[in-house]
Design a protein around this ligand. Structure first.
Ligand SMILES: Nc1ncnc2c1ncn2[C@@H]1O[C@H](COP(=O)(O)OP(=O)(O)OP(=O)(O)O)[C@@H](O)[C@H]1O
Length: 774
């Protein structure tokens, strides 16, 4: 029997002890109606063997959207399927691909996912479908990623017709050695790009160029593959895939799969009375601690629950805390809660996935490692501890809850952060907002340049290639640097150029610093050189797979940071000086005393020391340290205000710096509302007199060379962004600024000076001048 109100009932049982609405952590509750399935007939082109394979899995008929998407692919149109989590997107691409394989034994296909876990999961699903069927005996679907050993790779290249890989491997292991893949590429009929929304920012731009290089090579061998994109949550699915592949795409967006009623609760942990933070600001109970409490409560209620936590450390802490709570309240259940995150061995992850799927585990705390694809659905409840940064991710995580037809509960627990606080108090900004456009900018010269160099070493570039990639200027620069040579037939790499290893698709742009445990010489991880000074300076605490280290030495010339294991009960935040020079105003708009611009800028930063802070937020001491200057050319959204307008609004000139600085922090915290980024992707600077503009000025810039598209979104959606920022700061209940509004965890100035009241005045002044968004 269906039990559609399960989610609301579970919520009210959890809230039973919270009788006072004034102190209740629940800020909003919404119920999303159930939906019944719409079926369609199998199209005629579907091979009987494929129908039979699905029938054996208990799938007698496809849902309508699955047929619509598959029909486009068979008609050789690139198609982007955007339908909810567990809405059968896999079938929509498996059917055309397997039908093609059934009739054309030479055809090949490639499946691309952003994570290895998802690739493995999808490979398993395909292997299960075709197992024992002689029609597909030649298929030999295989994984081809960084974990595949050398022999298996060779075998896969020669024998597999369906390769499961990721953009990293495609770049380094397939495009770069394409001659070895000649047979495979010449027959490439389909490319699946799963979880398209994941390809955003710098990673998205790299992936776009890797994919476009693959398409160029496949075409040069005579193939013309059809691309099928899939995502549960992306705002403009046709455009998102089109940007990735540089070609036209049709979208299928209607979801005709069934789902049960879903209750969504927004939750704000209470303020702690005893603990004071930086400058004695009030502090809320940590989202992870609150989530652990909810996880334990739900497990006691018998609800199968997944709890998403943002950091790996948070995952461990949440699972441990929930176990402790259960030890006290229901000891028999504490063994049925576990942690799951990347960094665990594949076998352990599989064991946990199975235990969760068959109900042996009732509660699992996880990073977003379980957000994508891995077929874990049919849960009763999902707790999202801390807004995951995008509406798309939120729905992706929420989508893990809900058995077919049954009710489910999703709780978003706010962290102490402006955007989280804003969202739990403005439910419409989360629940009614379309998922955000994925921002990628494959034309960023810092990204495009190295990829054009790779493309040239793969096959000489032609005029048509330069047109297709929009790369004329970049190629001219590469010629001027002596890296490319222009010949009659096209552009060739200079002798000795070997560019593939220099691109790190996930690590941003530029080189990498290796972080090494000097006591064991173990490589712990890597970090962009651009971020190294802030994160792995001497004295910094570095976390790796639940272990804690303290950095002893950072050698930027050798790109090496040395650390030793230590678990201190403090963290560090750097102090730095910053300077922004405007190089070129790209777009600009004035509204009386306010001018808003999108500009090319040069940011010069210098780390001058760091603060050591106790976990409570209390400052222990300030350590001086001078690191070399760092120069970043990037793009910024900036605004200037006439001083007269500020004084007329009641802000005295002495209060300008605190007002602008606080307004800048809050805006940085809120940019994620209009762009798919979080505050660690961007930087900012405010000044009461900028030498370039001669005016009080605020900059918010992309933290990547050449920009990543975030500041541009800020410029385009400026009114929405600033309005929401003004609301967030003014509705925060603290007196003079806290992490939920104007304090920033990454301020290079120790959150000094900050004037919350004056910041509200500045933001309202700007809002009043802007034409209101629709
Ligand atoms: N037409 C159908 N009828 C019944 N069940 C189906 C149908 N299509 C798919 N399913 C089942 O629905 C479940 C989810 O399918 P699938 O994993 O393909 O969803 P998805 O949209 O790819 O999910 P995700 O967003 O997690 O990637 C699977 O167990 C699958 O067997």
């Amino acid at each position: 029997m269906e039990h559609s109100t399960y989610g609301s009932e579970l919520l009210s049982r959890t809230l039973a002890g919270e009788s006072d609405p004034e102190t209740s952590p629940l800020t909003h509750m919404a119920v999303i109606d159930r939906r019944t399935a719409e079926f369609a007939d199998w199209p005629d082109w579907v091979d009987d063997a494929v129908r039979a394979a699905f029938a054996e899995q208990g799938i007698a008929r496809p849902w309508r959207h699955q047929v619509e998407a598959a029909d486009h692919a068979v008609a050789e149109r690139h198609v982007s399927i955007c339908s909810g989590t567990a809405s059968g997107k896999s079938l929509a691409y498996q059917v055309p691909i397997l039908s093609r394989f059934a009739t054309d034994p030479t055809a090949t296909a490639m499946y691309l996912s952003p994570t290895k876990a998802l690739g493995t999961d999808q490979l398993r699903s395909v292997a299960g479908l075709i197992a024992g069927n002689p029609v597909f005996a030649h298929l030999q679907p295989a994984m081809y990623d960084g974990d595949t050993d050398h022999e298996l790779r060779q075998w896969a290249r020669l024998h597999s017709r369906w390769i499961f890989t990721n953009p990293d491997m495609l770049h380094i292991g397939i495009n770069s050695t394409h001659a070895k893949w000649r047979q495979f590429l010449a027959r490439l009929s389909y490319i699946v790009v799963d979880e398209c929304h994941h390809y955003r920012g710098v990673f998205g731009s790299h992936t776009a160029l890797v994919l476009q290089r693959l398409l160029r090579l496949a075409r040069s061998y005579g193939a013309d593959p059809v691309v099928i994109g899939a995502s549960a949550t992306v705002s403009n699915p046709a455009q998102a895939l089109s940007r990735l592949i540089g070609d036209e795409v049709v979208a299928v967006t209607e979801d005709t799969s069934p789902h049960g009623e879903r209750t969504v609760a927004l939750w704000e942990p209470a303020l702690l009375e005893e603990t004071g933070g930086e400058h004695d600001a009030p502090v809320r109970r940590a989202a992870a601690a609150e989530a652990a409490r909810l996880l334990a409560d739900f497990v006691i209620e018998g609800a199968r629950t997944l709890c998403f936590v943002r950091s790996r450390r948070g995952v461990e802490v949440t699972a441990l805390r929930a176990q402790q709570l259960l030890d006290e309240a229901a000891p028999a259940l504490s063994g049925r809660v576990a942690a799951y995150r990347a960094g665990y061995l594949a076998d352990d992850r599989r064991r946990l996935e199975r235990a969760l799927a068959d109900g042996e585990l009732l509660g699992v705390a996880t990073t977003n490692a379980l957000e994508l694809g891995v077929d874990i659905s049919g849960l009763d409840a999902v707790i999202v501890a801390g807004y995951p940064g995008t509406v798309a991710s939120f729905w992706q995580q929420a989508g893990r809850a809900g058995r077919r037809g049954e009710g489910s509960l999703v709780v978003l627990v706010a962290r102490d952060d402006p955007l989280d606080t804003y969202l739990v108090h403005h439910p419409e900004a989360l629940l009614e907002r379309p998922v955000e456009a994925t921002v990628t900018d494959p034309t960023n010269p810092y990204i495009l340049g190295p990829h054009m160099l790779c493309a040239a070493t793969e096959a000489p570039l032609t005029e048509a290639d330069l047109d297709a990639f929009g790369a004329h200027r970049v190629v001219d620069d590469l010629v001027a640097q002596g890296l490319l040579r222009a010949r009659k037939a096209g552009w060739y790499p200079a002798p000795g150029v070997d560019p593939h290893g220099d691109i790190d698709i996930r690590g941003g742009i530029g080189g990498q610093v290796l972080i090494v445990d000097s006591t064991t010489s173990r490589l712990l991880g890597t970090i962009d050189t651009g971020r190294a000074k802030r994160s792995v300076h001497p004295g910094a605490v570095y976390l790796h797979q639940g272990e804690s280290f303290v950095i002893d030495e950072l050698d930027l010339d050798e790109c090496l940071a040395l650390a030793h294991p230590e678990e201190p009960d403090w963290t560090t935040s750097v102090r730095e000086t910053s300077d922004v020079q405007v190089l070129d105003i790209l777009r600009s708009q004035s509204y009386g005393p306010l001018t808003v611009s999108f500009a090319e800028v040069e940011v010069t930063d210098q780390v001058i020391g760091y603060l050591r802070k106790a976990r409570s937020g209390e400052i222990l001491d300030s350590v001086s340290m001078v690191l070399p200057e760092e120069v970043l050319q990037t793009r910024a959204v900036m605004y200037t205000l006439e001083p007269d307008a500020l004084t007329a609004a009641g802000i005295s000139p002495e209060a300008f710096p605190g007002a602008l600085h606080a307004a800048e922090h809050a805006a940085i915290g809120m940019l994620g509302l209009v762009a798919t980024c979080d505050r660690w992707d961007i930087g900012g600077l405010s000044t009461n007199l900028h030498p370039g503009t001669g005016l009080p000025t605020v900059f918010v810039y992309d933290g990547y060379p050449g920009g990543a598209g975030f500041a541009e979104r800020g410029f385009e959606a400026f009114a929405t962004w600033i309005d929401a920022t003004a609301d967030a700061v003014s509705s925060c209940e603290c007196r003079s600024g806290c992490p939920s509004c104007v304090q920033s965890p990454k301020c290079g100035n120790g959150n000094e000076p900050l004037d919350k009241a004056a910041a509200i005045t500045v933001l309202r002044l700007i809002s009043a001048r802007l034409p209101q968004p629709d």
